[in-house]
Write a protein of this length. Structure first.
Length: 275
């Protein structure tokens, strides 16, 4: 008898099993929406899919009377710019400090406690300080993403560097490599694909910080728009925006996965990771 733990679905079966939860959630939403609207046709809390599609189409096509911009695309561009810059800065700092902490014990002794303490500070608690220090412009929002994401990346890369076989470091030094050559030619190539994977894991947290910052102080952005219309209970706008944010996050995740597979196929072969 074949054990359940050894049973793997086919490619088509994986798609069907993956879609099943979404179908069930959609059916549940439709049943709740129909029941609520049957009692009150003007109830805004659970709008029909047609109503949400109509509102989303309006936001994606109609120009703002005051600015002349199309709201959905201006919000999307503003949010994507913030998150790409914030995550990019976090990845760069995480890679540099992670390599130094993982490869140089003297640096690790100085910086590792600081990174550990920084990772324990709730970034949202620092948001008022960031607004005071940087104002309510772009710098504060990007800084919140950097503060929230960078310690995680540093600790992940540092831990991965420390788990590398000692034989690699010993052989490199036996062949005459200096400390910097070991960092650049042994650690850097192996930590870069790990950085991409860690960045994928941190992307959800980065979106959380971005939405929170935009909700408090912004003039455009996906988070700003959601919290702007919540006072009117405009669920026909909020729910499509949440779905749009989810789609954008998924596309960014898949882009990082594609870059990782194309640039570092050996890493995914050794990890057995095809995601």
């Amino acid at each position: 008898m074949k054990r359940l733990i050894n049973s793997t679905p086919s490619r088509g079966g994986r798609w069907l099993l993956g879609l099943l939860p979404f179908v069930l959630l959609g059916m549940l939403y439709l049943s709740l929406s129909n029941a609520r609207l049957a009692e009150n046709p003007n109830d805004p809390l659970l709008p029909t899919p047609a109503k949400m599609a109509q509102s989303f189409h309006h936001l994606a096509t109609a120009e703002n009377a005051r600015t002349g911009e199309i709201l959905l695309w201006s919000d999307t561009l503003a949010s994507l710019e913030r998150i790409v810059i914030g995550v990019g800065i976090s990845a760069l700092i995480g890679l540099i400090v992670g390599i130094l902490n993982g490869g140089l014990p003297l640096v690790r002794a100085k910086l590792s406690p600081l990174v550990t303490v920084a990772s324990l500070i709730p970034p949202m608690a620092l948001l008022p300080i960031l607004f005071i220090a940087f104002g309510t412009g772009e710098a504060a929002k990007i800084a919140l993403i950097v503060i929230g994401v960078t310690p995680f990346l540093i600790r992940d890369l540092q831990g991965h560097a420390l788990r590398l076989p000692d034989e690699q470091l010993i052989k490199a030094q036996t062949l005459g490599a200096s400390s910097w050559q070991v960092l650049l030619r042994v650690l850097l190539p192996q930590l870069t694909p790990r950085l991409l994977n860690a960045t994928r894991l941190a992307m959800g947290t980065a979106w959380l910080f971005l939405i929170a910052a935009e909700a408090i102080a912004a003039q455009e952005g996906l988070g700003y728009r959601i919290f702007l219309v919540r006072r009117y209970l405009s669920m026909d706008v909020i729910l499509p925006y949440v779905a749009w944010i989810t789609l954008l996050a998924f596309l960014l995740d898949q882009l990082l996965a594609w870059v990782s597979r194309m640039a570092f196929p050996w890493y995914h072969a050794s990890e057995g990771d095809n995601a």
